[in-house]
Design a protein around this ligand. Structure first.
Ligand SMILES: Cc1cc2nc3c(=O)[nH]c(=O)nc-3n(C[C@H](O)[C@H](O)[C@H](O)COP(=O)(O)OP(=O)(O)OC[C@H]3O[C@@H](n4cnc5c(N)ncnc54)[C@H](O)[C@@H]3O)c2cc1C
Length: 420
């Protein structure tokens, strides 16, 4: 079997994997290898030709390919190697052995001192949400439709309904309109927007596309091709109200109903996975439950902004390099971050205290929308960090910074409470 050895191996060459690889090199790792199943680096950004990337990291508005291109150039400059067309099949978290199949070398073994998982996520499909009705052509995930139009110049339909107000759905509502299609409605089962407010303004409001909150698609109609969909309002338990059902003629239904982190490799390796994020649990070095394995990007938790992915992934790459070089502080003992009032999860979930630890940025999402709140981290009654927020929304990631040394008796809670 073909064999490669390296200090740090990164699984996945999207923005997370690229940033991790660059950071690993800058931290002093000698050989850094990205293993990517696609024929090019850049991950999902290759098909995101709209602007909106890099606003905080570069203070510039870039398209997805431009943002990925900058990191690719940096990776080349730093001497990062890439094994393309290579599907990773197995990760041994104790030994750092990675088994992949490569189109040129066949089965290939990569032996690394530290591994970074950066496999991204995939879209939920019609099967995942079980929409009743017939099985005609014309039902696509929004990301598939995006890939077809932006990379293959194929438009998937003329009149469409979009189910789900996630960012991909809203961005595709605008894209399809610009391509001449009619987007009749964006339908959202929750009573609030799933994606970023900026995308609602720029992609729906600016184009007069109606958003139907607290509504869902109850049935798909059509034999060969979609002829229309039935849409109904839902009650507070998300159950469709029969008398509100209406028929919308259309030839296409696009689904933007959530993303699933690609953690088949993680689970098979027995790495601890959070039931909330469906990604590996990590400490502030983005180190998983196995010391030699780090993780970053959408495989850890679904991110709306690539800039946040970059910041986290650089920590993962630097952490992996330090592990490989033997300079990472002892991370065996850590404090678990508790989720308090209106906090769904935090990332990292664990904080290591002691020598060599620095300020930690805790990313988190709220459970439900709210207004005029205080976001804070509390330890034994002492407020470690806090800020006011005019509004919070599950679709928008929040963050706070805390210093590990300020955490008392291993107790820290992040909470979002009403302003007194
Ligand atoms: C449609 C869409 C629009 C977006 N718009 C914006 C925006 O306007 N602004 C913004 O800031 N952010 C935006 N984002 C978010 C941002 O692009 C993502 O958060 C970011 O791309 C995630 O990066 P990643 O590297 O974790 O995942 P990905 O980009 O998905 O990369 C994962 C990589 O891993 C590879 N891989 C997976 N499994 C394996 C395996 N077993 N073996 C080898 N390789 C593997 C994949 O092929 C892929 O290349 C958008 C995202 C989407 C999907």
């Amino acid at each position: 079997m073909y064999e490669i050895t390296c200090d740090v191996a990164v699984v996945g060459g999207g923005p997370a994997g690229l940033a991790a690889a660059v950071a690993a090199k800058k931290e002093g790792a000698k050989d850094v290898l990205i293993i990517e199943r696609d024929s090019a680096l850049g991950g999902i950004l290759q098909q995101c030709i709209h602007p909106g990337f890099g606003l905080t990291y570069y203070n510039e508005e870039l398209t997805g390919p431009e943002y990925a291109g900058r990191f690719e150039e940096e990776a080349v400059k730093e001497g990062v190697k890439a094994l393309l067309n290579s599907m990773v099949l197995e990760v041994d978290p104790e030994e750092g052995n990675i088994l992949c199949v490569n189109s040129a070398y066949g089965m290939t073994k990569v032996k690394a001192k530290a591994v970074v998982l950066a496999m991204g996520c995939r879209e939920r499909t019609r099967a995942n949400i079980m929409i009743p009705g017939t099985r005609p052509a014309g039902v696509y995930t929004a990301g598939t439709a995006q890939r077809l139009i932006n990379r293959q110049n194929e438009i998937v339909g003329k009149t469409m309904v979009i189910l789900g107000s996630g960012d991909i759905g809203m961005i595709m509502a605008r894209r399809m309109t610009l391509e001449g299609a009619k987007v009749v409605a964006v339908v959202e089962i929750m009573d609030y927007l799933a994606g970023l407010t900026r995308n609602k303004v720029q992609c729906l409001d600016d184009f007069g596309i109606p958003l139907k909150l607290s509504h869902t698609v109850t049935r798909i109609q059509g034999n060969e091709r979609v002829e229309g969909v039935w849409v109904a309002e839902v009650d507070e338990n998300k159950i469709p109200i029969p008398e509100t059902e209406e028929y919308i003629p259309c030839d296409t239904l696009l689904l933007s109903v959530g993303l699933i982190p690609e953690n088949e490799l993680t689970r098979a390796a027995q790495i601890e996975v959070s039931p909330i994020t469906n990604g590996p649990t990590v400490n502030q070095f983005m180190q998983t439950s196995f010391p030699a394995v780090f993780a970053c990007g959408n495989v850890v938790h679904v991110n709306d902004l690539v800039d946040n992915v970059t910041v986290e992934s650089m920590k993962a790459g630097a952490g992996a390099a330090r592990y490989a070089l033997g300079t990472l502080p002892d991370t065996e003992n850590s404090v678990t971050v508790a989720t308090g009032e209106n906090v769904r999860y935090t990332c990292p979930q664990r904080i290591v205290q002691g020598e060599g630890t620095d300020k930690v940025r805790l990313y988190f999402r709220v459970l439900r929308p709210d207004q005029n709140v205080i976001i804070r981290a509390v330890s034994k009654g002492k407020v470690l960090a806090k800020r006011k927020a005019v509004r919070v929304n599950p679709g928008e990631m929040e963050h706070l910074e805390v210093h590990p040394e300020e955490i008392a008796d291993g107790e820290i809670t992040v909470e979002v409470v009403k302003e007194a």
